[in-house]
Ligand binder design. Structure first.
Ligand code: MRU
Length: 380
């Protein structure tokens, strides 16, 4: 069952609340814009591709609500009775969703894509009947366009994850063959870039899940990923369910397992890849990349092309989300661990320099350094 989906009526979004995992598997139904934005902020739905998929469905659901009789009279000065008014309302709602988290480019990308599809539908309706110039396609037709586009984003993500998994699996098998390594393949991963963060297979966990289906043996070291513990709570949960050998380590133990020769490759996901290959991912990722370089271990970023932002020249231009200091001071502890009022710095992501990345594995293939050239070719 998809962990993000539209309700049967199409006017709400249903998600598996990831903030409760692994203790509780609970699906929640989100209907209002406020509930939807809160779900993104509170990481009830999280992972760059997943928040893109969610935002697509959220807009589709909100568009469907505009079809209700008397549902919309006005919003932010826009009237819901014309196509333009319908789109203006959707745009305002999309901006609220975009503001919920700034780093993952997939969120804004999905919002813009759905609104563009709705606009295209409006123009299509006008073209069909030139005498109806400036007349309305109507809310129902525009809402259907939003739902189609959101569904397409979701379906495409499934196909992208599968392709990323195939490329990544082939690459890591080659790395092992070249190094004369046999036995289980040791992978270190940071945060969670599995099915929960996407649609199916995931990105960083895709090669592991696909390989496991094919009988390849892996041993995964999952960084716990302070402060929100996506590695401890979600990566272990997903890999155990799939029957993969997974060992949880504290973030500061990565060097130790690498030094022991237990890691053949590092696989991480991404929230935004800049045009020069600098990559934002969960805080702590860049440190893992530095360690991998030191120990001569290949470090791969795996992500769909929707996570590549060619408008963003380099890592300095990527907005980094800062979160509540209480996530460091007290969350997940029975009692706060730091003296009250302790100053905390809590950036949710960091940027790994392009030079440290062995390859960026996408559904279109593997891009290599220098990324300014390889990623530019990708856009053509
Ligand atoms: O704060 P989160 O849990 O949304 O952070 C998630 C990550 O950093 C993932 O690695 C990234 O979004 C890629 S998910 C395929």
């Amino acid at each position: 069952m998809d962990h993000i989906r539209l309700s049967e009526a199409g006017s709400s979004v249903i998600i598996l609340d990831q903030s409760l995992l692994p203790l509780e598997e609970k699906y929640i139904k989100l209907t209002t814009l406020e509930e939807m934005a809160e779900a993104i902020k509170k990481l009830r739905v999280r992972g760059a591709p997943a928040i893109g998929i969610f935002a697509g469905y959220a807009l589709a659901a909100l568009a469907k609500q505009q079809c209700r009789p008397k549902a919309i009279s006005s919003c932010c000065g826009a009237s819901g009775t014309s196509d333009e008014g319908f789109i203006q309302i959707l745009q305002t709602q999309g901006d609220v969703l975009k503001d919920a988290r700034p780093t993952a480019v997939n969120l804004a990308w999905a919002v813009d894509r759905v609104i563009h599809a709705v606009r295209v539908e409006m123009f299509r309706a006008r073209r069909e009947d030139p005498t109806r110039l400036n007349a309305n396609a109507g809310a129902r037709r525009l809402a259907e366009a939003a739902t189609r586009e959101a569904t397409a984003i979701h379906e495409e993500d499934k196909a992208m994850c599968r392709a990323i998994a195939e490329y990544g699996l082939e690459e890591v098998r080659k790395v092992c063959t070249d190094a004369g390594h046999d036995g289980p393949i040791g992978i270190l991963t940071h945060c969670n870039a599995g099915p929960l963060a996407t649609s199916e297979y995931g990105t960083a966990l895709g090669p592991v899940l696909l390989g496991t289906e094919q009988g390849v043996k892996f041993r995964v070291f999952a960084d716990e990923t302070r402060p929100l513990l996506q590695g401890a709570r979600l990566t272990t949960y997903e890999l155990q369910k799939a029957g993969v050998d997974v060992t949880l380590i504290c973030d500061n133990m990565a060097s130790s397992v690498m030094k022991k020769g237990l890691v053949q490759a590092v696989f991480v996901g991404c929230d935004r890849v800049a045009a020069n290959g600098d990559t934002a991912n969960k805080i702590g990722t860049s440190g893992v990349a530095v360690l991998a370089k030191h120990y001569g271990i290949p470090f791969y970023v795996l992500g769909p092309s929707s996570s590549i932002d060619l408008e963003c020249p380099n890592g300095d231009a990527i907005p980094i989300e800062e979160r509540d200091p209480e996530e460091i001071r007290s969350k997940f502890y029975e009692k706060p661990v730091a003296p009250e009022g302790t100053e905390c710095f809590n950036p949710s992501f960091d940027v790994t320099d392009a030079e440290l990345i062995t390859g960026i594995i996408t559904e279109k293939g593997i891009f290599r350094y220098p990324y300014t050239e390889s990623l530019t070719a990708f856009s053509k």
